[in-house]
Design a protein around this ligand. Structure first.
Ligand code: CFM
Ligand code: HCA
Length: 542
């Protein structure tokens, strides 16, 4: 990588802001942070705020966060998108979440894309009848345990009452839970609002429905793990080997019954805090199930997380077994690190992903001796950046239809007024409980760049100035970055790879990144317009 000779991170920030009009520059300045985290003094970043119109954001919509992210990986609920066909189609399997329905009698509706396919006349005259017919058709064909309805933008605009339709059909069937999500794409500022809507509804409609005891010892819920590229399979392999029983994953490779039984666990282990903290908090408040933060991305983080779970249970047998498993798994991991390290050490990365991978994957890169120069989230909140204390049992109105208000209220309860350590101590003495977990900012090196809601323009600027050895983001960024001559790795879909979680996943990742950052192909590459200048158009302004 080219060395930054004359540029400081502050210069880079200034350069990124230089072209913006003053108002835009001011707002973006509060979302671009030169990391000066020292000790406990975590600097403040502005997050979970609306993208300025005109900016080409990397973000997605609320429907994507609700239907695609949270409910998408559950195999035996019929998920019907009430909307134009594109919303259902483009959120169908593109996330590469995997499922295993090999058990006898296991249902799997994931290969189907269910949608009401709204047309002009539905928009004009209302789509409730069409929705009702779709629910009936799904019920007659599949007799599922549950049918979920997802609102897209036009549903909110024309005012179809999807909840009334769901209630009516649930009462009519009697043996099928039907519920609806007001997750219109435009609600809130990003996918994040969709997670919140999904979590609230799953908690109120499904969690606690099955009171039967689950077999096994050391029962946990694994919250915020979506089995992308088979990550959840690898984590389950390790948990099983340790003798830890995962009774419910939210929501990778999950079933309706897993959600319904989640209140039977002893502990919730939270992998992606951003997408699921709501369920963790509600399980703690309503059922007294405590939660801890874990991270299975990175071999060392995996070992640390297993130890953390064992420590919670405090059982000597479990602790010994966890140590045995770590000792069994690590040699294969270390052998690959020894192999790749001479080639990867000192290389640099940039990570811009949705809500937790931009943080978690830094551990994997660190294991390869690679430094993360810049990172940020599309839609995370300040708690994910700062790893600050969270008040469990937030009181927000779960039935409110104004999710933007809910999100803001929840953040306000957490942060406003901003509390010093002394103030926190006082509140704690007064009986309030707080949790601390890792945050992206304190975990990153001094003088790195932390950027919230990075956009197309800034991404290109960053790459132009810093030229990292690898840039990690999503499909929208993939080709524009590659055209700049920089290897690009998708950390959402994993391109066509994975799993990357756990011990075996780490090995996969080391090999792939080694190949990617050491490939000569990028130095041979010239864009077509560089080779054939006649291809470039000439604009004449009158
Ligand atoms: Fe959590 Fe996720 Fe992520 Fe996320 Fe997502 Fe995803 Fe992501 Mo894409 S739940 S926040 S809403 S870890 S879909 S599996 S990769 S943006 S960083
Ligand atoms: C989503 C899903 C997504 C998109 C990924 C990408 C995913 O936010 O709607 O932009 O490549 O992981 O599939 O985050």
């Amino acid at each position: 990588a080219k060395k930054l000779v004359n540029w400081t991170p502050t210069d880079i920030k200034a350069d990124m802001l230089a072209k913006y009009p003053p108002k835009v520059a001011r707002k973006r300045a509060s979302q671009i942070l030169v990391n000066e985290a020292l000790g406990n003094e975590t600097p403040e970043i502005s997050a979970n705020v609306r993208t300025i119109p005109g900016i080409i954001t990397m973000r997605g919509c609320t429907y994507a966060g609700c239907k695609g992210v949270i409910l998408g990986p559950t195999r035996d609920i019929v998920n019907i998108t009430h909307g134009p066909i594109g919303c259902g189609f483009y959120s169908w399997m593109t996330r590469r979440n995997q499922t295993d329905a090999s058990a006898e009698g296991a249902e799997n509706f994931m290969p189907y894309c269910f949608s009401t396919d709204m047309q002009d006349q539905d928009i004009i005259f209302g789509g409730e009848k069409k929705l009702q017919a779709a629910i009936q058709e799904a019920y007659d064909l599949f007799h599922p345990k549950a049918i979920a309805i997802f609102a897209t933008c036009p549903v909110g605009l024309i005012g179809d009452d999807i909840h009334a339709v769901a209630r009516k059909m649930k009462a009519k069937f009697g043996d099928c839970n039907v519920f609806a999500f007001s997750c219109e794409g435009y609600k809130g500022v990003s996918q994040s609002a969709g997670h919140h809507i999904a979590n609230n509804k799953i908690f109120s409609e499904v969690v606690g429905e099955n009171d039967a005891e689950k077999p096994g010892e050391f029962k946990i819920n694994l919250l915020g793990e979506y089995n992308i590229g088979g990550d959840g399979f690898e984590i389950d392999r390790i948990l099983k080997k340790c003798g830890i029983t995962n009774i419910s994953t939210f929501s990778g490779n999950s079933t309706y019954d897993q959600f319904a039984s989640a209140h039977k666990a002893d502990l919730s282990a939270v992998m992606c805090h951003r997408s699921i903290n709501y369920v963790a908090d509600m399980l703690e408040t309503k059922f007294g199930i405590p939660w801890i933060k874990v991270n299975f991305i990175g071999a060392k983080s995996t070992a640390k997380s297993l130890r953390k779970i064992a420590e919670y249970f405090g059982d000597p047998g479990l602790t010994a077994r966890v140590e045995e498993v770590i000792a069994e798994e690590m040699p294969a991991v270390e052998a690959v690190i020894d192999d790749v390290l001479p080639r990867t050490k000192g290389k640099t990365a940039m990570l811009f992903v949705g809500g937790s991978r931009a943080h978690h994957y830094q551990d994997l890169f660190a294991e390869m001796g690679m430094k993360t120069l810049a990172a940020g989230y599309e839609f995370a909140h300040r708690d994910d950046y700062e790893g600050r204390q969270v008040i469990p049992g937030l009181k927000v109105d779960a039935d409110s239809r104004n999710i933007e208000e809910i999100e803001v209220k929840a953040d306000e309860q957490r942060y406003a007024p901003r509390k010093t350590s002394e103030e926190m101590a006082k509140l704690e003495a007064a009986g309030l409980k707080f949790k601390e977990y890792d945050g992206l900012i304190p975990d990153m090196d001094h003088q790195t760049l932390v950027i919230d809601d990075l956009n197309q323009y800034e991404a290109e600027k960053l790459v132009e100035i810093i030229k990292p050895d690898v840039f990690c983001a999503g499909i929208k960024e993939k080709f524009s970055i590659q055209k700049l001559g920089i290897p690009m790795k998708q950390l959402h879909s994993y391109d066509s790879g994975g799993p990357y979680a756990g011990f075996q996943g780490a090995v996969n990742f080391y090999h792939e990144i080694d190949r990617l950052v050491n490939s000569k192909v990028w130095s041979y590459m010239k864009a077509p317009w560089q080779e054939n200048p006649e291809l470039s158009a000439t604009y004449v302004w009158e």
